[in-house]
Design a protein around this ligand. Structure first.
Ligand code: MN
Ligand code: MN
Length: 310
């Protein structure tokens, strides 16, 4: 069950209203790297998790992310509190218009949501469950969680860099730091599973797990631990990069006689004639720049319009 405590996880001290900045903070309220996405990611993973340690961790962190959602949402609401009152009571039209149209999505936040924190990102795109990429396999989900935490940390860092309000900077610094802590927990949880690579149960096909296909060749070809050294067998020759199974590299399927006949009829009906060169609409209307030429190799001119009537 959930209970709610009226005290925030971190005290929110906003120095002054700032609808424009608040619309940027929406990125961490209803954006892909935001707190709602994080909370739903870990909450849905926790429900399906049967390992007691991981389940506990996921529920702890999911609940903390909801608490972060409350902090970031409260900052957004504090930044819009002045506007909210003015919009509700209808005072100072000209000044109010200027206040809610400073940029970002501040006007949407004000007009559509009355200065409340909306479940959208800083560009106005509504929150979507598509932000959660849970796949139900801990070694894959933990890796995704690690990446999600590092992305959330980066968004907080960028927000801190555009904020001059010390109280907001302070709270964002806390939220950013907690994402670092979460990443550490997920890393430990991943490596507490042995082995954890590759994800899942099936092993890779031995002859392909250590191959590095050098498929972008030319100036700039580079060597690094990701493609050279004892762990790798680099494949440079084109002949060794195609049909690597040793087959003929074509795609085939076994069809029934009836299916085969239908496919043949359709292919026959839509066959191209490589020897035909029919006149087309493009040529009929061709003019300079069309790239179309007549028998003498001269660009086919568009018919000149007749001179004006006498
Ligand atoms: Mn968080
Ligand atoms: Mn987190």
């Amino acid at each position: 069950m959930f209970v709610h405590n009226k005290r925030l996880m971190y005290t929110v001290r906003v120095a002054e209203p700032n609808p424009m900045l608040s619309s940027l903070l929406l990125e961490q309220f209803g954006g892909p790297q935001g707190e709602l996405a994080a909370a739903m990611r870990y909450f849905s993973q926790a429900l399906a998790e049967s390992d007691p340690g991981r389940k506990d961790m996921l529920l702890d962190i999911a609940t903390e992310e909801l608490s972060h959602l409350e902090v970031i949402g409260s900052i957004i609401c504090m930044m819009n509190k002045g506007v909210k009152g003015k919009l509700a009571e209808g005072t100072g039209e000209g000044e109010l218009l200027a206040e809610i149209t400073q940029g970002g999505e501040s006007h949407t936040l004000s007009l559509l949501y009355g200065g409340g924190a909306a479940l959208m990102n800083s560009g106005g795109a509504p929150w979507t469950a598509a932000y959660v990429d849970t796949i139900g396999e801990p070694t894959a989900d933990l890796r995704s969680n690690i990446a999600a935490e590092s992305r959330a940390k980066i968004i907080y860092e960028r927000l801190i860099n555009v904020t001059d309000d010390p109280g907001v900077k302070d709270a964002l610094g806390f939220l950013m730091t907690r994402e670092i802590a979460h990443q550490k927990s997920f890393e430990k949880a991943l490596y507490a599973i042995e082995p954890n690579f590759p994800s899942g149960k099936l092993p890779g096909v031995p002859e392909f797990t250590n191959k590095y296909y050098n498929l972008s060749q030319g100036d700039g070809d580079a060597l690094g631990p990701w493609n050279s050294g004892e762990a790798w067998e680099t494949v440079n020759e084109f002949a060794d990069q195609v049909a690597v199974d040793g087959g003929d590299g074509t795609a085939t399927v076994k069809l029934s006689k009836a299916e085969e006949a239908l496919v043949a009829v359709a292919a026959d009906r839509t066959a191209s004639d490589p020897n035909g060169d029919p006149m087309t609409g493009a040529e009929l209307g061709a003019g300079p720049g069309s790239g179309l030429v007549d028998d003498e190799g001269v660009t086919k001119p568009r018919k000149q319009p007749k001179a004006g009537r006498k």
